[in-house]
Write a protein of this length. Structure first.
Length: 198
């Protein structure tokens, strides 16, 4: 379980094909310090397990489902990724409950910059916008954000200068792809309502 409060960014050293999956090696002294094999760490909102360590580097194995469902299947060498360690009992919950199970991807359709602030519009299938409401929570590349507007196939978020500066979101360009995790409670509500309609 995570909060969507990104702790920093790490650099992709190598995305190495490994059978049907991928070995992803990332570099960051901050992420490597205190991490151990078996730890859960979210990279761009995707919960992954540390499988090997080197000084200042961590290795993760990504399966076919992860490569297909998330933007990590298209990650490039030297690309920056957001990272967050999993919650420990007693930690503060400053964002919202994030599982690290990416639902789908979205594409940046519009970016409106106003000095150090930005409003982003993302496009995705309407199956996922049904789990969104204005002022609700959304996770974009691992970052906990508040939804501003929600339409049938797109939604908007407003980004403060701090978020733009310390996460990868400030570097996004039009048509870039991001990982999306909708709110956990919204998934359960939609499932229950589907049962009543059946």
């Amino acid at each position: 379980m995570f909060t969507g409060l990104v702790e920093g960014t790490c650099r992709v050293v190598e995305p190495r094909a490994d059978g049907p999956g991928m070995r992803l090696i990332v570099e960051s002294a901050a992420i490597a310090e205190g991490s151990r094999i078996g730890d859960s760490i979210a990279l761009n909102g995707c919960c992954l397990t540390v499988v090997q360590q080197e000084p200042g580097r961590l290795h993760f194995d990504l399966g076919p489902e992860t490569l297909q469902r998330t933007m990590l299947g298209r990650v490039q060498q030297d690309q920056l990724l957001n990272w967050e360690r999993s919650l420990r009992v007693g930690d503060r919950l400053g964002g919202h409950f994030v599982t690290g199970h990416v639902d789908t991807t979205a594409v940046l359709e519009r970016r409106l910059d106003d000095r150090e602030w930005s409003t982003f519009w993302f496009r995705l299938p309407d199956a996922w916008t049904r789990q969104m409401v204005p002022k609700g929570s959304i996770t974009v590349d691992g970052v906990s954000l508040t939804l501003v507007e929600v339409e049938s196939q797109r939604f908007s978020v407003c980004l403060i200068p701090h978020t733009l500066a310390i996460t990868t979101l400030g570097r996004l360009k039009l048509d870039d792809t991001v990982n999306i995790e909708t709110d956990l409670l919204a998934k359960y509500v939609e499932k229950q309502l589907a049962g009543f309609r059946a």
